[in-house]
Design a protein around this ligand. Structure first.
Ligand code: SF4
Length: 243
């Protein structure tokens, strides 16, 4: 029953405002399209706002106990290394084929603990930058580890450390945009101001310019446009408000 603007006000401090919008639309769809029952198939779940393949699969396994693979960053990395001997993103098969491999690995009746264990394994052992191959229970079957040992490295972790060192030297000259200068930061500030009530467009810009140092009208226009496209704000005449 709540309006999106009411949801956005309550969402303060909870991160990405688009998620509040997705949640609002999702609640609406569950009540009106699914008669109050949360969908239980991947196809139906993916029709809900903000739900992609990862979320749909996570709901199916963690909420409904389905034997289906969840593909988050950690799990993708583990399978890429163990099964294909590569980093995620370098594996040369389609997403569909990759998912099929992951689905086949799920032990029957254990989808939930299996996926949780893999997430922990990726966060604690087979980590992105410094995998603990020395203590890894998969070190004798992991293709990445075995192939780097053939190339003279003690293990995959040592080979990765050598590669990362070279990449870091190249990257050290690259410029990183501080968060307080990113569009995402200014978008959040606009929503924050509008939580206290609607604003005249020019006054809104002046406030963001004064308090948050956004001094680029063209960029301001793009930020406002992106918030409108995302359905988070509404503009009537020269007045801006939460949608
Ligand atoms: S041996 Fe190393 S790269 Fe392979 S799964 Fe274990 S931690 Fe990951």
């Amino acid at each position: 029953k709540a309006k999106l603007s009411e949801v956005l006000i309550e969402w303060k401090g909870l991160g990405y405002n688009r998620r509040a919008k997705f949640l609002h639309e999702m609640a609406h769809a569950v009540v009106h399209t699914h008669k109050g029952n949360f969908p239980k198939t991947e196809e139906e779940l993916r029709k809900l706002s903000g739900v992609g393949e990862y979320t749909a699969r996570a709901v199916l396994t963690f909420a409904y106990g389905k034997d289906i693979g969840v593909v988050d960053t950690n799990i993708r990395r583990i399978f890429s290394r163990v099964m294909f001997g590569k980093e995620a993103g370098q594996v040369d098969i389609s997403t569909k084929e990759f998912f099929a491999v992951i689905d086949q690995s799920v032990p029957r009746g254990k989808g939930d603990p299996w996926n949780q264990a893999l997430m922990d394994f990726g966060a604690l052992v087979c980590t992105a930058k410094a995998p603990k191959c020395d203590v890894c229970p998969l070190q004798t079957v992991c293709i990445a580890n075995l192939s780097e040992q053939k190339h003279g490295f003690r293990n995959y972790a040592d080979s990765l450390a050598t590669k990362n060192k070279k990449i870091n030297i190249k990257k050290s000259g690259a410029k990183k945009i501080p968060f307080k200068q990113a569009d995402r930061y200014f978008r959040g500030k606009v929503i924050d101001i509008l939580r206290d009530g609607h604003q005249h467009m020019e006054k809104l810009y002046q406030q963001v310019e004064r308090d948050h140092k956004l001094r680029d009208k063209k960029r301001w226009g793009n930020i406002i446009e992106s918030l409108m496209i995302d359905g988070l704000i509404a503009i009537r005449g020269s007045t801006v408000s939460l949608a």
